[in-house]
Design a protein around this ligand. Structure first.
Ligand code: AVJ
Length: 322
């Protein structure tokens, strides 16, 4: 994921925190969890036994490597594999290794908002797969994609792993898919992971792990406010709370105030009052089924070309065309 360290983002962090803590019910955006410590905690989450998503997607890429590689390939001109939010590339490497070993003609373009993520991934890949051409780009997804669109006529395969789309409510997810569609031509593919609806207990446990890593991850929002905006949140007075609604497929994270209190945030010149048991909504992690994905795709002007799932049917990667 991303490290938000530019001044522009600091300004929006400030305004978003102000907005979120002065409206009712209170909210904070989950994208702000990902500073250096948030990135580390998310790495830990991906290694938790409860957090099945990473392993499922890893299994899908391992199980169907050859088929996916053949699908992506353009024997005439080769293709560009463009990954949005590449992170450490652990899952992608399964595919990259196969493409490299079998001499596929492709360029790998990881895009991430964190220069740090791009640099360490590029370095790591050049050691592990010296014959892969890696052209990493630091930046916002759509700014980079727009540039790529003008300079390139080869087949593009856009890849978004990790069910990252799950942080978006459906209307925002449709906006996101529509923007991706707009930069695609008819030969291009979009390969995207969607975590599936399943036993509600399994979903709940994934966001409420026994060791409290997800709690620390969620509370990193308060840590950031304390450090960057001069807040005096007492983290012990907030409880991480997860709910999953099996009807809508929406998992929601909250921080709940365990007693009435006032929190001062000096950079905002703000005093925030919490009633006992008042909530801050922090994140949604949407779960999907074929019908919902079909509806999202249609609404965005995309068609489902095919899909791949893991053995348990917990997770799916869909391939879309425009
Ligand atoms: C990175 C957005 C896919 O929602 O599953 C993990 C983030 N939050 N545990 C998710 C997350 C709590 C994750 N995504």
């Amino acid at each position: 994921m991303s490290v938000n360290n530019s001044i522009a983002i600091d300004v929006s962090f400030k305004t978003d925190v102000h907005k979120g803590l002065t409206t009712f019910p209170k909210f904070l955006y989950s994208k702000y969890i990902y500073d250096e410590k948030g990135d580390k905690l998310f790495q830990e989450i991906m290694n938790l036994p409860e957090y099945y998503l990473t392993n499922c997607e890893f299994d899908i890429l391992s199980l169907h490597t050859e088929e996916i590689a053949q699908l992506f390939n353009d024997p005439d001109k080769g293709f560009d594999l463009i990954e949005l939010g590449a992170g450490d590339g652990k899952k992608t490497k399964v595919l990259l290794g196969h493409l490299a070993e079998n001499d596929f003609n492709f360029v790998y373009k990881p895009i991430d908002i964190s220069q740090n993520a791009i640099d360490s991934l590029s370095k790591n890949l050049s050691e592990e797969f010296p014959n892969i051409t890696v052209e990493g780009e630091k930046g916002m997804y759509f700014e980079v994609l727009e540039q790529l669109q003008h300079y390139n006529s080869r087949k593009k395969v856009l890849m978004v792993l990790g069910s990252n789309i799950g942080n978006l409510l459906h209307p925002k997810a449709i906006d996101f898919l529509t923007k991706l569609k707009d930069i695609m031509s008819t030969q291009d593919f979009l390969f995207m992971g969607f975590d599936q609806k399943k036993d509600p207990q399994i979903v709940l446990d994934a966001y409420n792990d026994a060791t409290g890593v997800t709690e620390a991850f969620n509370k990193n929002l308060l840590t950031r406010i304390n450090r960057e905006l001069g807040g005096d949140f007492n983290l012990e007075k907030f409880k991480h709370w997860e709910v999953y609604n099996p009807e809508t497929g929406t998992a929601k994270s909250f921080l709940v105030a365990t007693e009435a209190m006032d929190v001062a945030i000096s950079a905002l010149d703000l005093n925030v009052h919490f009633d006992a048991w008042e909530t801050i909504h922090t994140e949604i992690s949407q779960k999907y089924d074929d019908k919902v994905v079909q509806w999202l795709a249609e609404s965005a002007g995309l068609k489902i070309h095919t899909s791949f799932e893991d053995e348990k049917g917990f997770y799916k990667n869909y391939v879309f065309k425009r």
